[in-house]
Design a protein around this ligand. Structure first.
Ligand code: GCW
Length: 693
């Protein structure tokens, strides 16, 4: 939801502070120690090979190894080789022979990824047994060509949203006082950020908010020199820069009387503006667009559709090799809550599925993972399955808008892994990761497996010294990149990599982090909105509980609780028909009360309070118990973290400890509000006898 004057909001973003120092996150000095102790040879040329060489030089100087030349024996060889093409432009191979490890890639980018691969395994990369059980040796390539982070950063501080919309980690890394940052310190930090992202596999960033204000609309014009500075910092690590643009820019920036996509003057304006961007940033990635969504301008104003709108920008970008990311988050945000036939969950599919086949090749349709809005639990958006002739990217939310606002520990790798692994056509069919990676089902007119795009995440960073407010939220940023590169990586394995890189190989710390974090998404879910119903949050800020906060509002986010029951009937038989937007078998699975998974029951069905879940508990009792136990778990978490004092840096320990106290308080508030609400509405007692406050 956007800043809407009529929408009451609490405090949102932390004040935009600039920290002159920052946490090394998952690249502390020690992370490069194993490599730094070796004799390393780097072969190849070009800017990214230069980055690899500089990393190796710094690490060997620090840890006593050496950079060696062609003839000398080496423990590690990193080489760009013209014939090393079996793994595509971003991949690399790793071989071991006669005691040395050889990384080969066709490009500097692939070599840089090979370097991070070796860093990630530490000493195990060099172990005589091949680092078993780690898979050090082999051929590696990303499953998803697009691995992008979108920043919702404003240049000026928005009166309601702060500088970073839904940002919980301070101000913007990129902008300050209405300008793009400059100066060595500021750009040095952007470069440090690029380095961290590169080590996760992220290869694209959009630097400004999709809600584009008047100042930000001019990133395309007078702020271009600043954009070029940012692009340069990212370029050193192989990351391409994108801008969010306003569909109305031809009017607001260009002074034209219309933004109609079919108007030749509008088309000329976009072509000229885009050419100017490429003159400043030759490897510019392209545009991200939120159109006809929550008040942003779009093609509907001129009676055009979203294919017309997206293709307008795509054609301006095409001569330069750029791409437009067109968001599918289009719905009626001025709904009447009494109207039960309008279902926000249906909206994206209703708007976009009929347009399949009409988008140009360089359009990527960017679809939020669920049909509503980044809730803790939603079904996977059926739009992803409905567009075989369109390039589709799935959008995840790394920033914790609805998942604890970086005050709660909530490891999101688990959720993303479930989303990316979801199989629309049943267990033997392709997964979401396959579909967005261009490996979908073969369908008439769609090519072998659809078209390739990838994964986009909304970033969770800011100027905070820990980057992410909650230091443990760094794991989400790390896991995002790793799962976008390899969606088959177990979320616990991604967490393990992050924990060992960040805190070193202290098994007690790593084990404690697994205990705290592996299940933290489910713990969060267990004390907040139950069984897929979502949106029981404080309107505006989305922070903390308000069971009916959005119930009688315009936003289309209802749970329909009354004295008899709760949930939204989205069946074909008696509801909004949303379940029918899925292919089989899911349309039948969701349609039936008998087969609908418990965790999504209230998303698809309106049921009596004493309806029995597949687990055997009634809905009311499930809500009572899980909220009670979920809160109890947060009490344990405080003690588990306390035991790590002295084993992790003190500043990290203090910050996490303080936030765990807040998490416990908030979980208690959630527990009490939701339990009380259910009891008051239903009159059903808690059979376990825990107090209703
Ligand atoms: O999740 C909602 C947020 C808005 C955001 C919007 C979107 C950038 O509440 O703050 O606006 O989604 O994704 O466009």
């Amino acid at each position: 939801m956007t800043g809407d004057a009529a929408d009451a909001r609490g405090p949102i973003a932390a004040s935009p502070t600039w920290s002159p120092t920052w946490s090394p996150a998952w690249l502390p000095d020690g992370a490069l120690a194993a490599l730094g102790r070796r004799r390393v040879r780097v072969a190849g040329s070009g800017p990214l090979v230069g980055t690899v060489r500089a990393e190796v030089a710094a690490a060997t100087a620090r840890w006593g190894g050496a950079v060696v030349d062609d003839e000398a024996p080496a423990d590690l060889i990193l080489a760009v080789a013209a014939d090393a093409r079996p793994v595509g432009p971003e991949g690399f191979t790793v071989e071991r022979s006669a005691g040395s490890l050889t990384v080969r890639a066709a490009t500097g980018y692939g070599l840089l990824q090979g370097l991070w691969h070796v860093v990630r395994y530490g000493e195990a990369a060099f172990a005589a047994d091949g680092g078993a059980p780690a898979r050090v040796v082999g051929a590696f390539a990303p499953a998803e060509p697009i691995r992008m982070l979108d920043h919702w950063d404003n240049m000026v501080v928005h009166p309601v949203m702060g500088q970073v919309e839904r940002g919980y980690a301070g101000g913007s890394l990129f902008f300050s006082d209405g300008r793009v940052r400059d100066g060595a310190a500021d750009l040095g930090r952007v470069r440090a950020y690029a380095r961290l992202l590169s080590a996760t596999g992220v290869n694209a960033v959009a630097v400004n908010n999709v809600n584009v204000g008047p100042t930000e609309a001019r990133l395309l014009t007078e702020h271009l020199p600043g954009v070029a500075r940012l692009a340069e910092a990212f370029r050193a690590y192989g990351i391409r820069l994108y801008l969010s643009v306003s569909f109305a820019a031809p009017m607001t920036v260009g002074g034209l009387p219309t933004a109609d996509p079919l108007d030749p003057a509008v088309q000329r304006w976009w072509s000229a503006a885009t050419a100017a961007v490429y003159a400043a940033v030759p490897d510019f990635g392209g545009y991200v667009v939120k159109a006809d969504s929550e008040g942003q301008p779009g093609p509907f104003a001129n009676g055009r559709d979203h294919a017309d709108g997206a293709n307008l920008l795509a054609r301006a970008l095409a001569p330069h090799g750029g791409t437009v990311f067109w968001r599918a988050f289009v719905y009626d945000h001025r709904q009447d809550w009494r109207d039960r036939s309008t279902d926000r969950a249906r909206a994206a599919h209703d708007h976009f599925a009929p347009l399949d086949g009409r988008f140009d090749e360089n359009v990527v349709l960017q679809v939020k993972f669920g049909p509503m809005d980044f809730q803790t639990r939603e079904p996977v958006s059926p739009v992803i399955a409905a567009m075989p002739r369109t390039r589709v990217a799935v959008e995840l939310q790394v920033t914790q808008e609805y998942t604890g606002q970086q005050k709660h520990v909530c490891y999101l790798g688990t959720q993303w892994s479930e989303v990316l692994g979801f199989r629309f056509w049943g267990a033997d069919g392709p997964s979401v990761a396959d579909v967005v990676g261009g490996r979908g089902p073969a369908r008439a007119g769609a090519g072998a497996g659809g078209r390739a795009a990838g994964v986009v995440g909304v970033s969770n960073v800011g100027t905070d010294e820990h980057w992410t407010g909650h230091p443990l939220a760094q794991a989400n940023l790390y896991a995002f990149g790793r799962l976008a590169w390899d969606p088959g990586l177990a979320p616990e394995a991604a967490l393990d990599e992050w924990a060992r890189l960040t805190f070193g190989d202290d098994d007690a710390v790593v084990a404690a982090l697994h205990r705290l974090m592996d299940d933290s998404g489910r713990v969060y879910e267990s004390y907040t909105a139950p069984l897929g119903v979502g949106f029981m949050v404080t309107p505006g800020s989305h922070d903390g509980p308000s069971v009916d906060g959005y119930e009688y509002s315009q936003w289309g986010t209802y749970h329909f609780a009354d004295r008899d029951g709760i949930g939204v009937d989205r069946t074909l038989a008696t509801g909004t028909g949303y379940a029918g937007q899925y292919p089989s078998p899911w349309r039948e699975t969701y349609e039936s009360l008998e087969t609908c998974p418990d965790e999504l029951l209230l998303f698809f069905h309106h049921v009596p309070w004493e309806h029995r879940l597949r687990s055997g508990a009634t809905v009311a009792q499930h809500v009572y118990d899980s909220r009670w136990d979920g809160h109890a778990r947060t009490v344990e978490m405080i003690a588990e973290w306390a035991a790590l004092r002295g084993r992790v840096p003190d500043d990290v320990h203090d910050r996490v400890a303080a936030r765990l106290v807040e998490q416990e308080r908030s979980a208690r508030e959630w527990r009490d509000q939701v339990r009380t609400y259910v009891y008051r509405k239903s009159g059903v007692p808690d059979s376990r006898g825990n107090p209703i406050c």
